[in-house]
Write a protein that binds this ligand. Sequence first.
Ligand code: DP6
Length: 328
Amino acid sequence: MSAGRAVTFAHANIALAKYWGKRDVANNVPAVPSLSVTLEGMRTSTTLELDGSLSADTFELNGTAAPTDALARTVTLLDRVRREAVRATYARVSSQNDFPTASGLASSASGFAALALAAVTAYGLDWDTARTSDLARRSSASAARSLLGGFVELGNELPSSGVLGAKQVAPPDQLDVRVLVCVTSEGQKAIGSTDGMGRTATKSPYYAAWVERAPEMFGELKAALLAKDLERVGELTEASALAMHASAFAAGVVYVTGATLEAMTRVRELRASGLAAWATMDAGPHVKVLVSRTDSAAVKAAMERVPGVLRVLEAKPGAGAGVIEGGK
Ligand code: DP6
């Protein structure tokens, strides 16, 4: 019998080989495979309680009622779980991020990963990580990767089992690296990632080139990671981000701002001066820097001085999602 209540956590992840575009919109299957690193210290904690007296699900985010679209996406995930569990009871959900929220920073990855694990646990489903990751993917594909720790891949084909979950490629200590999150804005992102991908697919003359080249970059990056070749992982990380943004840019989907370009330029200068640092950007204006642990302090100090960079968070590769309370 289920606990009826669960408390879980999951960490944010940053894609080194980007997911951008959907092969199957209805099932939220990515057009290209992706590879990310899960980050310790950028954590969402979620409490989920089943309550027979509720007439609808409720969702509180960082202490206040969540916006309507976030609630709707939460209900969609819970409805899937209720169908599988054959249990109609509604849930009270509350989530907290322990890192400052900013546009495109955490994306929805840690949130949906923690929610999927909490729902599976509280509704009493005996699912393995792959199946829970598949559930998170259906809400937001990058969230599938936050169920696992270290370096994680997500494929781009729905197997005949119907379960497409992320898999760990290598443990957190595979590379001695840090990720510096350079925050450049506190506002909301202009175009959400789902919408940005849709516009890129329909309007960008370079979308086909992206979809063709991305799997090769993913394969090269995975091989470099397994060979512990940081230099090559870094080069491919920056190349993947630039190719993704170039395809989006051509559709008028522009996430970069002046501060983004200043920060990216600084990373390239630091690299030219001999530091092991590579830039990547997601569906927002922030720059994330993959950096060797030994160069991290020097690069962080330099990035803090870039005009337009508001603050720099430092994170290291971390663990996957976990259950704090509830379950068997
Ligand atoms: C640029 O996972 O947010 O961060 O599946 O539509 O919810 P949906 O998209 P989402 O996209 C993330 C895009 C990215 C790259 C990545 O994380 O791989």
